[in-house]
Design a protein around this ligand. Structure first.
Ligand code: AGP
Length: 625
């Protein structure tokens, strides 16, 4: 989850950019950089690997320790009044200074900062190279600088950006500046967020409001497919074909703490709403190829996935539930046997593992003591260990043989939400890559699944936008119930387990989650007319069996809240309430089905007047044994 900030105005831009980037640190990043237009008309850049203190040090170094000739330029950045800044989380290319943004064209006249992914960058790069462009990074983002530079011949930076935009595929937002057009920034948005902050004789553009909140609370939202031209005296909005657009100014009345939460009342809600972006980042470059998945990156040598004849998944809590979905996907698609256990049990079992076993440790924090210990034990016993984590540089990444990152951005809420859906997306991609390598799925099926995975961010957006009043009403109706049963079968069981965990964790309501077929073996005794029973009944091969279990619940008079796939009317007949999620491939349904349950748990907790960001007895990372 990269961050963008840009400024044009009268103030010294250097500190504005650095402070703005600091406000975006919560998104997570591994390198950062600034570009500023200096008095002699050139653009000066400073970039650094590591956190923003490293960038600050590099900027100070440039300002203070440069030799005489450079010093004049370096000191000039202190008085520069327009520029762009970026925090990068590596997707294409390693974590190096040359891969950090801003990127620039061959003449060093056009600089850009980019969030997201340019899917057709390889073809564009080849074409631009053939025309003489010299590339200095391994990133996809750099093509944007060269492409705009190529199109500058059309007459202006905005014309260049519009022409470039028309050629770019993927989902991204970017801000460009050109030496020949001082005090002008041009931004473009396709899916990834970009927002304007309006000032008096100065303007801001950023990927999130906190970056400029210290200076202005007047914002203008840039919509998908729009281009903006930002100058000290004002901002012009237009469509990609150049048609001007009027955009109202909205005053955001946020204090510091609301700003940190992006305007949401809690981190948990903010993170639920960030899930489409988080999944988009997680799958981005890995799903560019229509006929398969690419997982090879600096931290993951794909040879780790070869000569494997068993998989073992180890994790705790929510991460364990993501692993359970991974188990079904790997077995179904890659036809590999998968065992799994909670890490805190497995490590004390005197377990048996082989050298041909791939052990996957799933831990969003990368610091959970039991998961780390289990991964180390597996490693000592000769297994290959893959960490699936959200935190760059965490202990799990240092202990494992390979890392599959989720790219959810920092998750502050104790209740995991966006990291869960990203872990599930990562498991789908891993399962599909294993299937590809092992030849266990026909190419057409792989292509179909890749296309469906790519659609997940859009489906999440649709789902969250549609989950409004009725879910809230359901939560209000049952908020004071003192027990909930969650039921699911097959892939739906993991969703039931996760839904039940979310509710108990933040609402302190007793919940139980069972495989539907197990209900008659005991838990059915708990049911009476007051019991809400949440039934995961999305599309899957044994949906009929789940519907039979729902009938059994109904026979006891309990209240069924079903999670179903859009278009499946059968659930209406057997449930008191049905919450629909968009249709996708049946194996992918769990990633969508969990979202209403996260929101449901949230609404119930709110109805009970609880602080979901500080659940009792729980901390974000469990490092103490
Ligand atoms: C879920 O909402 C919890 N925060 C908890 O179950 C969590 O998933 C578990 O502690 C594991 O954490 P990890 O993913 O950081 O290892």
């Amino acid at each position: 989850m990269c961050g963008i900030v840009g400024y044009v105005g009268q103030r010294a831009v250097q500190e504005i950019l650095l402070a703005g980037l600091e406000k975006l640190e919560y998104r997570g990043y591994d390198s950062a950089g600034l570009s500023m237009l200096v008095a002699d008309g050139s653009i000066e850049s400073v970039r650094a690997v590591g956190n923003l203190s490293k960038l600050r040090a590099a900027v100070l170094d440039t300002n203070g320790n440069a030799d005489e000739e450079q010093g004049a330029v370096a000191t000039a950045t202190l008085t520069a009044t327009s520029g762009i800044g970026h925090t990068r989380w590596a997707t294409h290319g390693r974590v190096t200074e040359s891969n950090a943004h801003p990127h620039y064209d061959t003449t060093d006249k056009v600089h850009v900062v980019v969030n997201g992914i340019v899917e057709n960058y390889l073809a564009l790069k080849q074409r631009l190279r053939d025309m003489g462009a010299v590339f200095t990074s391994e990133t996809d983002a750099e093509v944007i600088a060269h492409l705009i530079s190529h199109h500058l011949a059309l007459g202006s930076l905005v014309e260049g950006v519009r022409a470039a935009y028309a050629e770019l595929e993927g989902h991204y937002s970017f801000v460009a500046m050109a030496a020949e057009e001082p005090d002008t920034l041009v931004g473009a948005r396709k899916e990834c967020p970009l927002i304007i902050g309006r000032g008096d004789g100065e303007q801001f553009v950023a990927s999130a409001i906190p970056a400029f909140l210290a200076y202005t609370r007047d914002v203008q939202y840039i919509e998908n497919g729009e281009i903006v031209v930002v100058r000290p005296e004002g901002v012009e909005f237009m469509t990609a074909d150049g048609t001007p657009i009027e955009r109202e100014i909205t005053h955001v009345d946020w204090d510091e703490s609301t700003a940190e939460k992006g305007g949401y009342e809690t981190f948990m809600l903010k993170e639920i709403y960030e899930q489409a972006d988080a999944v988009a980042e997680t799958i981005a470059d890995r799903t560019i190829r229509p006929d398969g998945i690419d997982l090879a990156e600096a931290e993951l040598d794909e040879s780790l996935l070869e000569n494997v004849d068993r998989v073992l998944i180890l994790a705790a809590g929510t991460s364990f539930h993501a692993g359970l979905i991974g188990r079904y996907a790997i077995e179904e698609w890659a036809r590999l046997p998968v065992d799994m256990d909670v890490a805190s049990e497995w490590r004390y079992r005197n377990p048996i593992v082989s050298e041909r076993e791939l052990v996957i440790g799933i831990t969003q924090s990368g610091e959970t003591a039991d998961t780390l210990a289990a991964m180390r034990l597996a490693h000592e016993k000769g297994a290959k260990v893959l960490a699936c984590t959200n935190v760059v540089g965490s202990q799990a990444t240092r202990d494992a043989d390979g890392v599959l990152y989720t790219r959810a951005g920092l998750e502050v809420s104790v209740a995991a939400t966006k990291t869960f859906v990203c872990q599930v997306a990562a498991m789908y991609m891993l399962a599909l890559r294993l299937a590809e390598k092992r030849g266990t799925l026909p190419p057409e099926r792989i292509a179909e699944l890749v296309a469906e995975i790519k659609q997940l961010p859009t489906r999440i957006t649709e789902l969250i936008e549609g989950l409004n009043g009725s879910l809230l009403a359901t939560a209000k109706r049952h908020a004071m119930s003192d027990f909930y049963l969650y039921l699911g079968r097959h892939v739906g069981r993991a969703v039931a387990l996760e839904g039940a965990l979310k509710l108990k964790e933040i609402s302190y309501i007793a919940t139980d989650a069972y495989a539907g077929g197990e209900m008659k073996h005991g838990p059915i005794a708990l049911l009476d007319e007051d019991t809400p029973v949440v039934c995961i009944a999305t599309d899957m091969p044994i949906l009929d069996k789940m519907i039979s279990n729902i009938q059994e619940v109904r026979a006891r008079g309990a209240h069924v809240i079903a999670i179903a796939t859009e278009g499946d009317d059968r659930l209406e007949e057997v449930s008191e309430e049905v919450i629909y999620v968009p249709r996708t491939d049946w194996m992918l349904q769990p990633l969508l089905a969990v979202i209403p349950l996260q929101l449901f748990a949230y609404y119930v907790a709110r109805e009970r007047g609880l602080n979901v960001d500080q659940p009792r007895n729980l901390a974000k990372t469990v490092t103490v044994e």
